[in-house]
Write a protein that binds this ligand. Structure first.
Ligand SMILES: [Zn+2]
Length: 379
């Protein structure tokens, strides 16, 4: 047999290759073996008919929390990410230097989901809801973070910091964690990922002043202080300048970090997120986030084309984490991850992180997930 698996007759949307057409895709030995107009069924051990369906590369979620059993945010990655089409995810700071070896051993190395991580600059990571990771400034430990990055460079992609005053950062920690994250990331040659809302500073300008090319500002459409809009609802000049110099604006929907009005105002001013991520965790997996595809559906409602929205969960995040040759595309030779979707038409209630609803006309629903060239099933 030439192919292990062949997906026939689907509408292939692969923004990395600028493909939006009816195409067949075949996989062999875990990688994409061929993309073509009529690949022969006889050459494949298993054939899936995707007529009337959309076929995309496996989605990449740049912001999830999957350190289940240790971090209070953690969900199990395989049923909540992989089974829902996010074949590659980045855990955004659930683990810090004190807890990362356990995250590696008991989650990253044993999950079917492909997991990378942003290391929290707080050495404890996100253990408990009651005591914030920067209650004590001593938790922001640069040398411990750097040592852990050196041991796990194959999976640690950057340094995460959360800056919210309430229940995360004490007054005496203030803005120190941001500067410690910068220091550790610079020493390691990696970017930072910042959760900015309601920090101990005047506005987002003070945070963006520390951010550079390849750094990620997550929760970019949150509705709290330190947001991307000024008091008149205009996108801040500092935001446009940061985008110009290559700071990545990422959705990170979460339980409190996606506001319809902020997103609508930003898009009306031609400011779009580069990447769509879910910030999936215990407190939103049963709504309002559910999964990454539901977050993509919200951006279809906001007016993004299907191709643009798919790009923001495939080719663009692959580029951001410098893995464009392996993931986020179905180019021949790429790792064999794909999703088969149904795009439903109708009326769908879409809820933001504040409980505000919009009615969408489309709903993107993953039906089959392929990981490493095989159909993924939970059993
Ligand atoms: Zn998060």
């Amino acid at each position: 047999m030439t192919y292990d698996l062949l997906i026939k007759n689907g509408t292939l949307i692969d923004p990395a290759q600028r493909i939006h057409a009816t195409k067949d895709v075949a996989f062999t030995n875990g990688v994409v073996a061929a993309v073509g107009d009529d690949l022969p069924k006889a050459d494949a051990r298993e054939v899936l008919d995707a007529s009337g369906h959309i076929v995309t590369p496996g989605m990449i979620d740049l912001h999830v929390h999957v350190f289940a059993g240790v971090s209070h945010f953690g969900v199990e990655p395989d049923p909540t990410c992989l089974a829902k089409g996010a074949t590659t995810v980045v855990d955004a700071g659930s683990a810090g230097a004190d807890t990362f070896p356990g995250f590696r051993k008991y989650v990253i190395d044993v999950s079917a989901t492909r997991i990378y991580a942003q290391l929290n600059i707080s050495s404890q990571g996100l253990l408990t809801r009651e005591i914030g990771e920067f209650e004590f400034p001593e938790y922001a430990n640069v040398s411990k973070a750097c040592a852990m990055i050196e041991q796990h460079r194959d999976v640690i992609l950057g340094v995460k910091v959360r800056l919210t005053k309430h229940s995360i950062v004490s007054e005496r920690s203030g803005m120190l964690p941001l500067h410690r994250a910068r220091e550790a990331a610079d020493a390691a040659g990696l970017p930072i990922m910042v959760h900015p809302q309601d920090a101990w500073c005047d506005s987002l300008d003070d945070i963006l002043a520390v951010m550079r090319d390849r750094d990620i500002l997550t929760h970019c459409f949150h509705g709290w202080k330190c947001g991307i809009l000024d008091e008149h609802g205009q996108v801040r000049t500092s935001v446009r300048e940061a985008m110009e110099r290559g700071v990545v604006f990422d959705v990170g929907h979460g339980a409190g970090s996606f506001n319809w009005e902020v997103a609508e105002r930003a898009l009306a001013q031609s400011v779009l997120p580069q990447t769509i991520s879910s910030d999936l965790h215990v407190y939103n997996v049963n709504g309002p986030v559910y999964d990454l595809a539901t977050t993509v559906t919200k951006f279809l409602h906001l007016g993004l084309s299907l191709d643009d929205a798919i790009a923001k969960v495939t080719s663009v995040p692959a580029h951001v984490i410098q893995m464009s040759d392996r993931i986020g595309t179905l180019a021949v030779g790429a790792w064999g991850d794909a999703v088969i979707f149904e795009l439903h038409a109708g009326e769908f209630q879409l809820i933001d992180a504040h409980g505000t609803a919009r009615i969408g006309k489309q709903n993107l629903v993953p039906t089959t997930v392929i990981k490493g060239g095989r159909v993924y099933s939970a059993s």
